[in-house]
Design a protein around this ligand. Structure first.
Ligand SMILES: NC(=O)c1ccc[n+]([C@@H]2O[C@H](COP(=O)([O-])OP(=O)(O)OC[C@H]3O[C@@H](n4cnc5c(N)ncnc54)[C@H](OP(=O)(O)O)[C@@H]3O)[C@@H](O)[C@H]2O)c1
Length: 311
């Protein structure tokens, strides 16, 4: 294995970002709703900068360190009290629509969030709301044409957040990758598939660029924050391309190439739905208009940092 060629990347929780100090100074207490992959990464970065953080989970994570863990499980009526959230000034929502397509946070915590009067609420959404563009670029001005059921639910949740009267910024994401969630993981565990579908590309974003963009957004003056922002790297490409670099970094063989048309019928509905849409997501508003400098402009810089564990 050519593991020497894999850069271990920045130490999680110690993100070196120009906006970190300004964001940390602006935040009194950060509430991150949903301590999953991205939520935990944001929480750890802020905690490492000395920011008081509350991070919700339905269950305590096994063995892991969770900054300011607070149980939040609206399906089971487990909700934080106002006292639990005293002093919260900024909120990041990473929780997707529930099984009924509604927003579990707004439905259960809407009035409490209003009473907290946060300065900023970031809502992690998806570029799936743009639907299928046949590979054409989308930006924040593009029409939303969600096709998949989960994207229709997402759109409804976005609209509910917009109507909430809270200072919400919608952050639309393509596929998230980073340590523990990337093609090197599937190559290592033998689940990788090398699939070719002519003309198909995927956009992606490194999890630490979500962290960076969140910090950058918080550090901006409120009037400079657009209400919708796409967070993506600059290089949408076929999944086979990133798989090629992953195999090179690991020094292992690629699986045999399969034609999408030959295997589509054998794929699960979720996997097939990913391949049913083709679009390129542009983050020029973030980079050119707001001056955010991507830590990982393409997978070529990002993937070599992903060899370690999640945290
Ligand atoms: N993954 C991607 O490639 C991708 C792409 C575009 C958009 N997004 C969206 O971006 C956001 C963050 O993604 P992620 O991959 O970091 O998410 P993730 O790892 O799946 O984490 C989601 C978090 O939400 C919590 N959660 C889910 N449903 C909940 C409910 N009904 N009530 C309370 N908590 C609930 C989970 O709680 P537990 O910790 O208790 O399980 C988890 O902490 C999500 O909204 C996701 O849909 C993801």
């Amino acid at each position: 294995m050519l593991v020497d060629s894999v850069n271990p990347g920045p130490v999680p929780g110690r993100i070196e970002h120009p906006a970190l100090a300004a964001a940390a100074a602006a935040i009194g207490r950060m509430l991150v709703l949903g301590g999953g992959y991205t939520g935990r990464r944001v929480a750890l970065a802020l905690e490492a900068a000395g920011v008081p953080v509350v991070l919700t989970h339905r269950q305590p994570s096994p063995g892991g360190h969770d900054p300011g863990w607070l149980p939040f499980d609206p399906d089971r009526g487990v909700l934080p009290s106002q006292a639990d959230l005293a002093g919260v000034s900024h909120v990041l929502v990473t929780i997707p629509p529930d099984a009924g397509g509604r927003d579990p946070v707004l439905e259960s915590l809407g009035p409490l969030l209003h009473r907290l009067a946060p300065a900023w609420v970031g809502y992690l959404s998806t570029t799936g709301v743009y639907g299928d563009t046949g590979g054409a670029w989308v930006d924040e001005t593009s029409p939303t044409r969600p096709l998949l059921e989960r994207s229709l639910a997402r759109m409804a949740c976005e609209q509910a957040w917009r109507r909430s009267g809270l200072p919400v910024q919608l952050l639309r994401l393509p596929a998230i990758y980073g340590p523990g969630r990337n093609p090197m993981v599937s190559l290592r565990n033998g689940t990788a598939r090398l699939i070719h579908k002519p003309g198909q590309v995927f956009s992606r974003v490194h999890v630490d660029d979500i962290v960076g963009a969140v910090l950058h957004g918080i550090a901006l003056p409120p009037r400079a924050r657009p209400d919708t922002l796409i967070l993506a790297d600059t290089f949408p490409c076929p999944s086979s391309e990133i798989m090629g670099l992953a195999a090179h970094l690991l020094g292992c063989k690629l699986p045999e190439m399969q034609r999408y048309a030959d295997i589509a019928a054998t794929m699960g509905p979720m996997a097939r739905s990913f391949w049913s849409e083709n679009r390129r997501a542009s983050s020029r508003r973030l980079t050119d208009d707001l001056g955010y400098r991507l830590l990982y402009p393409t997978y070529r810089e990002g993937l070599p940092t992903c060899s370690g564990d999640f945290f």
